[in-house]
Design a protein around this ligand. Sequence first.
Ligand code: ADP
Ligand code: ZN
Ligand code: MG
Length: 481
Amino acid sequence: MAVNYEAVIGLEAHVQVRTKSKMFCSCPNHFGAEPNTQTCPVCMGMPGVLPTLNREAVNKAVVAGLMCGCEISKRSKFDRKNYFYPDLVKNYQITQYDQPICKNGKIHICGTGFSGAPLADKYIGMTRIHMEEDPGKSFHTANGSGLDYNRSGVPLLEIVSEPDMRSADEAYAYLTALKQIMQYADVSDCDMEKGQMRCDVNVSIRERGAKEFGVKVEIKNLNSFRAAHRAVTYEIKRQILVLESGGTITQDTRGWNDEAGESYVMRTKENAHDYRYFPEPDLLPVVFTDEEIEEYRKNLPELPEVRRERYVQDYGLTPYDAQIITMERGYAAYFEKAAAKSAVPKLVANWFITDLLRLLNENSVDIADCKIAPEQLAALVDLIQAGTINGKTAKTVFEDMFQTGENPGDIVKAKGLVQVSDESAVAAFVDQVIANNPAQVEQYKSGKANVIQFFIGQTMKLSKGKANPQLVQKLVKERLG
Ligand code: ADP
Ligand code: ZN
Ligand code: MG
């Protein structure tokens, strides 16, 4: 009889903290500069230099931890993790080992999963969050390889989950929730294309109902949530095949080839690193009093989940719409500004989701660079609501706004798109259509009721889309009798 397997997944995420300067020196923490222009003797690991801890990075680590429901350690310390790699200038990384700054948190997941299936409403435990410095970055070109140390010393949070996830959808939801929290907490933009968030997935399988976990495999350096979802799905299938064919799972570290859609062995347990951690002698422990931690707690920003709930309550959005709008902090900020200016926030949400997000996506435009200001979206919705333009015209006005950034009112005026709601004007269109199409009138009279759609369509066309659709419908029915 076939075994019923259950997957067990735990995630390790690295999030770059957005600070003015790096973790232990005053070099700018800034992405995109020419290689090796944002460095100094400290982040280049020169002999004899001393690190100075960046308070802003510590503050953001505490906020991140509290937003994820963690306990903040009243005393945490730094350690050296020793290994040799060209991007690691000192041959050790300053990190935290046995005393991380945050412990025992949890993140709520619910709603709809990546695959479209509903998610179990549950909490994913967070084992710890610790602070560490990013190494530099090697790059490879046709002319050879290079090293860029601009990233060396950028503050990072390593966020380790409990093995609480049971499907690729749950892993995806956890990552999404984590990213949102980091964005709303102002800790990081989590732009994965800029390497501001990276993740490793740990996957094992076991017979459903078993008490013990199976042997886990770690897949490193997934650079998108979609890749993480695919890698987990693949790895679960691979492990089941191994067990079903009588094999055993080995505790490997694997890489992910997104093009091939396959994981591959990077290293086996036998050649795992021994990092020989030891305490960092050049930095003092990080110490907080209860009062200080309380102070942080009092000033925390709103959680994405709380905001979602607020959108449902205040604006009457469906939970699904609220989930989409809060997906990115930039979406939520945009929506709130537009909703505040409109009498019908729910309609604003519909336009935001179905039209604005589609156009942004099709044109690869970031919401921050969108030419339509939130107030202009609100103005468009109010024009529809007031009956000045109909929904169909609004779509073309919207496309126009997206390209030009002009006000909807100005576009409507300049192009003469005001809806025709005057009954006699609309009736004139209808009468003309009826006069021009005697054959269809016959068809209608002989019982083909759906010919009515033809008349409505022709009338809208004759009015260049400007006739009030409800009025057209009413008059066509009246006139045909
Ligand atoms: P390691 O010693 O290999 O670093 P840890 O116990 O520190 O392993 O866990 C690393 C990550 O792997 C954590 O996110 C944890 O939740 C996850 N994990 C641990 N055991 C398993 C398992 N059997 N299956 C899936 N994930 C696991
Ligand atoms: Zn520096
Ligand atoms: Mg570990």
